[in-house]
Design a protein around this ligand. Structure first.
Ligand code: 3HC
Length: 282
């Protein structure tokens, strides 16, 4: 029988996760309170599945079947029949807490709850539900259909069987799960964000222009994108939020956010999504 997975949040990450699940034969119930987010997600998933046909990963028939397994709804209770639910709403504790409080009301106690948070404490989110043993982090990377990694983040109370179910799910969609424990930024953002932050310092201090900083990392270290292009791709506001989580979480000055990064966010230069960040996209 086709397994149903719930995805809450139809932004960039939620729609990427839904697309990845659909092409791996899962049924997906995708919910978001914003109708425009749902409409955008349906379109993006449809063109993503069409791209899979062009690349030979699906044929016309399996593409149609995959798209037909997608249900969308503006009501959170639409995911209540799913045995595994992945939350991918905005990266604010209260927004995520509200989703989990609702899910707690609608879902049986056996349902596993996963959050795609990039930096919020899994243990803290788990504690607002009545199922901290069946709660964990499942951290995907953008663009989700392409990137191989899923960080599987165990909170203090996460049960071994919950971890195994999540790792199996990740493997079944072609990803490589890597276990990490719940500390600020996990492994990925604890390493990535200080690099991005330091690249911003290098620009601020006049060590080199933004494109030169990026070229150093692309040509010298074989990074597919330089740190500043990557920061624009992720969103400078997201990078700043994660630096603040690291700074607040460790109380260590080495994680202080770069003032240039702060200034750019205050100016609304958020990267690709706003048309301008370290580089211009207009
Ligand atoms: N959405 C979906 N698919 C995309 C995409 C997007 N935005 N951008 C590129 N792709 C796909 C292309 O369709 C192509 O797929 P195909 O092989 O099936 O045709 C594949 O990616 C490669 O694309 P291109 O050949 O056009 O371009 P590149 O070779 O330059 O690769 C890239 C693009 C994969 C984005 C590469 O530049 C890259 O790996 N960049 C780094 C991405 C990265 O580090 N992501 C992690 C960000 S951190 C994060 O998400 C965590 C969070 O907590 C902050």
């Amino acid at each position: 029988m086709t397994k149903l997975i719930g995805v809450v949040g139809a932004g960039t990450m939620g729609r990427g996760i839904a697309h990845t699940l659909l092409r791996a034969n899962y049924a997906v119930s995708l919910v978001d309170s914003l109708p425009e987010a749902l409409g955008g997600a349906q379109q993006a998933i449809s063109s993503g599945l069409a791209h899979d046909v062009e690349k030979g990963r699906l044929n016309a028939e399996t593409r149609q079947q995959a798209f037909a397994r997608l249900q969308i709804s503006a009501e959170t209770d639409a995911v209540s029949q799913a045995s595994f639910i992945i939350e991918a709403v905005t990266e604010r504790f209260e927004a995520k807490a509200e989703v989990f409080r609702k899910l707690e009301l609608y879902c049986p106690s056996t349902t596993i709850f996963a959050t795609n948070t990039s930096s919020i404490s899994i243990t803290r989110l788990a504690a607002i539900t009545g199922r901290p043993g069946r709660f964990l982090g499942l951290h995907f990377f953008n663009p989700v259909p392409v990137m191989k990694l899923v960080e599987v983040v165990a909170g203090v109370e996460t049960l071994p069987e919950t971890f195994e179910a999540a790792a199996d799910l990740a493997r079944s969609v072609g990803k490589t799960p890597i276990r990490v424990n719940d500390f600020p930024g996990f492994v990925s953002n604890r390493l990535l964000m200080p690099m991005i932050n330091e690249a911003a310092f290098a620009v601020m201090e006049g060590v080199a222009e933004a494109n030169a900083v990026d070229d150093v990392m692309k040509l010298g270290m074989n990074h597919p994108m330089g740190p500043l292009e990557l920061a624009d791709f992720i969103g400078l506001d997201v990078c700043l939020d994660i630096m603040r989580v690291l700074y607040d979480g460790f109380h260590d000055a080495k994680y202080r956010p770069c003032p240039l990064l702060e200034k750019m966010v205050y100016a609304g230069r958020l990267g690709r999504k706003s048309g301008r960040g370290f580089f211009n996209y207009s």
